[in-house]
Design a protein around this ligand. Structure first.
Ligand code: PSV
Ligand code: MN
Ligand code: MN
Length: 403
């Protein structure tokens, strides 16, 4: 650490200690913070209008893990990588597991794809045609098998099912078909596996979605059993929805399975988390910081115009800073002010934490892990991309359509 940042760090510790905060405990929680990165975030992605892949993008799951290892080297807190099937389809998943381990990584959640096949035009697990439901259910079962092979305990479900026009199908019939399909999937989960059920307000269906909000996901999880939990993707809500309240409610029900982090301004934009609304991210982390253990925290983003590794690294840095700020909230004082009805006094405690520059603290925690004090600058200053990208000549495969 440079002399200047040591001074900044010392000054910050002094101030925080004077406020009665246990800085060592805060640093420990920051050191334990883990973020999963998505394989599809490293590969070619675009909008429905086009994609602009730079030279050197990974074209195999193995190469995507190489990029993820660079993000982990720079940040120190991203040891697992979510995979997406069939984008990461392989003959032998043991080879991917071994490759991950050789890089100090592990394979994270397995994400099935229920929208790419032409037969999913009218839906997958809720499709009116039993043969298509069978296809989708079998794909989920195949993903459970893949999870076993790579040593993963998380099966993620983003269900694209819905209808485009009123009258197209019966709401109740679709819901019942979905539950029937999912019951079979749930029954196949191992004891230590979790089914993470994402919801999304709209898109790809534009009239009604089967799992449009956290209520629909929660009801589905409650029907299935305790291994089913809700996954909150920050880009999947209506404008103005209070996501931090949803997070608190789900945790109170013991059904908060995890997050897909990103940020949006209009729709499911999959922008860098914390880039549009850092205060909202801080408030979400303020709820998370009150929990004894954190749920699965995963990035779900599509980098369209920015460098993908740089974007991933900045996302992790933003998450670390949001968590650090949330850990500064004086919980005892907050409870006292809430009980006393001191509205702005309570709010002020949050503002005070949010306004604190925590960068010297997060830099120190990263450096102690052997990662970079300033990971974005370290990536820009380094030559990793030039070295690795120049060896990649194969055409980049898709990582999905993006937002
Ligand atoms: C589509 O909306 C989506 O962005 C969902 O958030 C999924 O998690 C992701 O794609 C990967 O399938
Ligand atoms: Mn998602
Ligand atoms: Mn999404």
């Amino acid at each position: 650490m440079s002399d200047t940042s040591r001074t900044d760090y010392d000054r910050l510790v002094e101030r925080l200690s004077a406020r009665g905060l246990d800085v060592a405990a805060i640093e420990q929680r920051l050191a334990d913070h883990r973020i999963e990165t998505p394989s599809w975030g490293y590969a070619n992605a675009g909008t429905r209008f086009g994609s602009y892949p730079p030279a050197g993008l990974p074209s195999t799951p193995f190469e995507k893990f190489d990029d993820a290892a660079e993000v982990h080297r720079l940040t120190g807190i991203t040891p697992s990588v979510a995979i997406h099937i069939p984008w990461d389809q392989l003959e032998n998943y043991g080879e991917l597991k071994a490759h991950a381990e050789s890089l100090g990584l592990e394979v994270g959640t397995v994400n099935p794809n229920l929208f790419g096949d032409q037969r999913y035009k009218l839906g997958s697990l809720a499709n009116p045609d039993a043969a298509v439901r069978r296809l989708a259910t079998d794909h989920m079962l195949e993903c459970i098998e893949i999870a076993r092979e790579v040593g993963s305990t998380g099966l993620s479900l983003w269900l694209p099912d819905g209808t485009n026009y009123a009258g197209q199908d019966s709401f109740v019939a679709r819901r019942r078909r979905l539950h029937e399909s999912l019951s079979e999937v749930y029954a196949a989960l191992d004891a230590d596996m979790e089914l993470l059920v994402e919801y999304k307000l709209y898109e790809p269906a534009f009239y009604a979605s089967e799992l449009a909000d956290w209520g629909a996901s929660l009801l589905t999880c409650q029907k299935l059993g305790p291994k089913a939990k809700v996954l909150v993707d920050l880009g999947h809500h209506a404008q103005g929805v209070n996501i931090e309240q949803i997070v608190a409610f789900l945790d109170d029900e013991d059904r908060l399975g995890g997050f897909h982090f990103n940020n949006r301004k209009y729709g499911d934009d999959d922008l860098i988390v914390g880039s549009v609304n850092p205060f909202e991210l801080f408030l979400i982390y303020t709820e998370l910081a009150a929990m004894p253990t954190l749920p699965r925290l995963t990035i779900d983003q599509a980098f369209i115009v920015e460098h993908k590794i740089e974007g991933m690294v900045l996302s992790v840095v933003n998450l670390q800073e949001a968590f650090a700020k949330a850990l500064l909230v004086d919980r005892v004082a907050l409870a006292e002010r809430q009980a006393a009805g001191d509205v702005l006094g309570a709010h002020e405690l949050l503002l005070d934490a949010f306004r604190t520059d925590v960068r010297p603290l997060t830099a120190k925690v990263r450096e102690e892990k052997g990662a970079a004090a300033d990971p974005v600058a370290a990536f820009r200053d380094g030559d990793w991309w030039e070295r690795v990208g120049s060896r990649r000549t194969a055409a980049a495969t898709t990582g999905g359509l993006g937002a």
